[in-house]
Design a protein. Structure first.
Length: 564
């Protein structure tokens, strides 16, 4: 299996997945490695325990620079954050340049979190900003820099309304506001922040609209520009050096360099060093292959600090066959997760889940990565989801939030379970049987595990009948009976999307060094930046990752232009 074929379905819903432009983007991805010193480890070790993944900053002799360009603001990365920065810079007449190592803009992420937009207000869904702030900080166990978070809380409405106008004008798509469900009965707060453009994942997407907007302003994106190091001295960044088809190009940036190079999920060496839990519970690759942490490394070489607590974005949808364990296959930079289905959306429905011993081990109705983290402590790091022929009614009653709701919406429109799960049923990864005994055999439960599994189903049915989960406290409306054939079962691990721990920044997105000083001339936005998340992604603040990335990118351009 190559990395190129590994990233397929974000939605895990056949038709919607097929519609995603994201897959096309990957085939156009040709990240280049300039020389041996820039390979993932560089073959070098800094000598400090646990930092061999960082390698050392490459030496590039002046004579090896084939050309030098001058600009005002240099934006590196044409994804969510970088495009918002560049399109804003174009609007405000800034002198800027945007560069990306790929041959096209990054995939658009549809779910966009914005606080108190005109749409939210019109729908009578005004969000309590302080409550939202405290909720996000609770997920990070207090590590959220509230000043950094406030930029999203205060400016995301303006940012979304700006981009929405561009998208609606260019595509004719309509705005869809997702009204958040009331989750208070299981202890989470879900503010209504998620905005999307319908029809989802089809036609011209937001990132292409922004690209077009930049081009209409007479600018173009410098594709095939791979950042290899920053130009820096005495705590100040003045430019960057790129590897291009024409050799090394140095770009001097008098107004600063913005790193918008994404996370490091596609760098298994960094992942294993910084996020050991991931290899204990992830089975599938949903990340973008271009997000390899190379931008983060350049800033660390220039003296930047990075979050100390990692934060992966993991969804509970990495469907795998019987007997497959979570964790990387292979080692080094080519290591990859075993799953061939990258997201089966059904995995996010809170049906009964058991471990390889046939027993429940967690409340299945929590943020996506909760069951993944719990499964890291179970045999093989995987769990098995079970449901029956009543699944459509169950899913309707579960009323999930965020992208798990894609299954809900499809069911409400009359989709059949077998169609929604075709990508897993057809290759035999999801099992379907007329009796529970038969299902248990197909799922690999043998001996004591089979008896435990059958007893667990009985117990779960009792909990459903009593409408009270005495074992794990799942909300009554998310319990379901398992009595009506056909019965379905499927093993899952987590699917890794991205990483959202990154470079330490302040509220102006200026990168800080290890002593908390501003590194002059260096900004970071989006997944390569940190200071917001730790341990887990605040899943019920739907679209926060994309919303904050865009808002941060736009903020930097507005600040430099004196528009804030
Ligand atoms: C499949 C998937 C679906 C998601 N869906 C959602 C969603 O719906 N809502 C949501 O809120 N979040 C979603 N996320 C998370 C969200 O995508 C990110 O948090 C956000 O888009 C990050 O934006 P970014 O600008 O930091 O990075 P990206 O948008 O990933 O852009 C990074 C860019 O940097 C470039 N780059 C990297 N290294 C270099 C280098 N060395 N030199 C030059 N260029 C470089 C890359 O080519 C890329 O174009 C999703 C993530 C995935 C993987």
């Amino acid at each position: 299996m190559t990395k190129e074929i590994s990233r397929r379905s974000f939605l895990g819903l056949g038709a919607a997945a097929a519609a995603m432009g994201s897959m096309a983007a990957l085939s156009g991805c040709t990240p280049k490695t300039p020389d041996a010193s820039l390979s993932e480890t560089g073959g070098q070790d800094t000598g400090e325990a646990g930092t061999s993944w960082l390698g050392t900053e490459p030496e590039i002799a002046e004579g090896d620079i084939t050309s030098t360009e001058e600009t005002g603001l240099l934006i590196i990365g044409a994804g969510t954050a970088g495009l918002a920065a560049a399109a804003t810079a174009a609007d405000l007449g800034l002198d800027f340049m945007i560069a990306d190592k790929n041959t096209m803009v990054q995939d658009t992420r549809e779910y966009f979190g914005a606080v108190n937009t005109k749409y939210t207000k019109e729908a009578g869904q005004e969000v309590d900003k302080i409550r939202t702030m405290n909720e996000i900080a609770r997920y990070s166990n207090g590590r959220t820099n509230r000043a950094v978070l406030k930029v999203w809380l205060d400016e995301s409405a303006e940012c979304f309304e700006w981009v929405d106008e561009l998208v609606q004008k260019a595509t004719g798509k309509e705005l869809y506001l997702e009204i958040a469900p009331d989750l208070t009965d299981h202890g989470y707060f879900a503010p209504t922040v998620n905005h999307m453009h319908a029809p989802y994942y089809s036609g011209v997407m937001r990132n292409e609209v922004l690209q077009q907007h930049i081009e209409e302003a007479g600018q173009s994106i410098a594709f095939g520009y791979e950042l290899v190091k920053l130009v820096h001295a005495d705590g100040k960044v003045t430019g960057a050096i790129f590897n291009t088809d024409a050799g090394y190009v140095q770009v001097n940036a008098k107004d600063g360099v913005l790193l918008a190079t994404g996370g490091y999920a596609a760098n298994p060496i960094m992942m294993e060093a910084l996020q050991p839990n991931v290899s204990k519970c992830v089975t599938a690759n949903s990340y973008s292959m271009v997000c390899d942490g190379s931008g983060i490394k350049t800033a660390l070489w220039a003296g930047a600090a990075m979050d100390e607590v990692p934060c992966p974005m993991i969804f509970n949808r990495g469907a795998v066959d019987v007997g497959v364990d979570a964790g990387y296959i292979g080692s080094g930079e080519d290591a990859i997760f075993p799953g061939t289905i990258f997201q089966l959306n059904m995995g996010s429905q809170p049906f009964m889940a058991v471990n390889r011993k046939g027993v429940r081990f967690t409340n299945e109705s929590l943020p996506y990565d909760n069951i993944c983290n719990a499964s890291a402590m179970q045999p093989g790091g995987v769990w098995c989801q079970i449901f029956d022929a009543n699944a459509p009614e169950d899913i309707d009653r579960f009323a999930q939030a965020g992208c798990a709701r894609l299954t809900t919406d499809a069911i409400r429109k009359g989709a059949a379970i077998d169609d929604l799960c075709a990508s897993a049923l057809e290759p035999g990864i999801m099992k379907k049987a007329d009796t529970l005994e038969e299902l248990a055999d197909m799922l690999g439960f043998e001996g004591d595990a089979k008896q435990a599994f059958l007893a667990q189903v009985e117990r779960y049915n009792e909990l459903y009948d009593a409408q009270q989960d005495e074992d794990f406290g799942k909300e009554p409306h998310r319990l379901s009976a398992i009595r009506k054939a056909p019965f379905y079962g499927c093993w899952y691990g987590g699917s890794l999307l991205t990483t959202i721990d990154g470079l330490t920044i302040n509220e102006e997105m200026q990168v800080l060094d290890t002593e908390g000083n501003i590194i002059e001339g260096l900004y970071a936005a989006g997944d390569c930046s940190g200071s917001l998340f730790a341990g887990t992604y605040p899943e019920y603040v739907v679209g926060l990752a994309c919303g904050r990335s865009s808002t941060q990118g736009r903020h930097i351009a507005r600040r430099i232009a004196g528009d804030l």
